[in-house]
Ligand binder design. Structure first.
Ligand code: GAR
Length: 201
């Protein structure tokens, strides 16, 4: 299955996918394209270092979300992309885009969904005073960080945690779970029924 990874920033989750792929741990998932909506980000360097096709589709160069997504879809189609992984991609995708890839878009979010959607989830967790947070890998639907949940894992929040220290521990989980979910998706092992994900060998 031909996969595109969408990024906006440092790309540690992209790196985890690249590393899993080079260890042969992504099954039939083939990383074919990396697209960033922001120029000059570290994720693009990681893609180039790994020899992956990569390009920038800058949302600022498009007047509307629809025009941005049209450009994105064109790039995905030109590369024969069958599924999309959001790895720190910080743009909301409209129903128009999501419906084109129904149950073929995965996202990782640094909180236990449905808690703390959107940006700065680790800071949101600290501000709320929760004692446990974690990461969620899920299918993307038309909401923000909603959608059928594939994996969740928890970490304890310590009284001395900052958003940065908490996020770093959560990212360790993401780096393990996102490649696993990608492999299952590509292998056709994930079913979604009434918003619930089940795994089929
Ligand atoms: C990840 O922790 C991901 O969960 C988060 O952005 C980070 C990107 O890190 N995504 C969201 O908050 C989506 N709402 P990375 O660029 O190093 O992979």
């Amino acid at each position: 299955m031909r996969i595109a990874v969408l990024v906006s920033g440092s790309g540690t989750n992209l790196q985890a996918l690249i590393d899993a792929s080079s260890r042969g741990e992504l099954g039939p998932a083939q990383l074919c394209l990396v697209v960033s909506n922001r120029p000059g980000v570290r994720a693009l360097e990681r893609a180039a270092d790994a020899g992956l096709a990569n390009l920038v589709i800058n949302h600022r160069n498009h007047d509307t979300r629809r025009a941005f997504e049209d450009a994105l879809l064109e790039a995905l189609e030109a590369n024969g992309i069958e599924a999309v992984i959001l790895a720190g991609f910080m743009r909301i995708l409209s129903p128009f885009f999501v419906e084109k890839f129904e149950n073929r878009i995965l996202n990782t979010h640094p909180a236990l969904c449905p808690s703390f959607p959107g940006i700065n989830a680790p800071q949101q967790a600290i501000t709320a005073g929760v004692k446990v947070s974690g990461c969620t890998v899920h299918f993307v639907d038309t909401g923000v960080d909603t959608g059928p949940i594939i994996f969740q894992e928890a970490v304890e929040v310590s009284p001395i945690d900052t958003a940065e220290t908490l996020h770093a521990r959560i990212q360790n989980l993401e780096h393990r779970l996102l490649p696993r979910a990608t492999k299952l998706l590509a292998a056709g092992s994930l079913r979604v029924q009434e918003g619930i994900v089940s795994q089929h060998p």
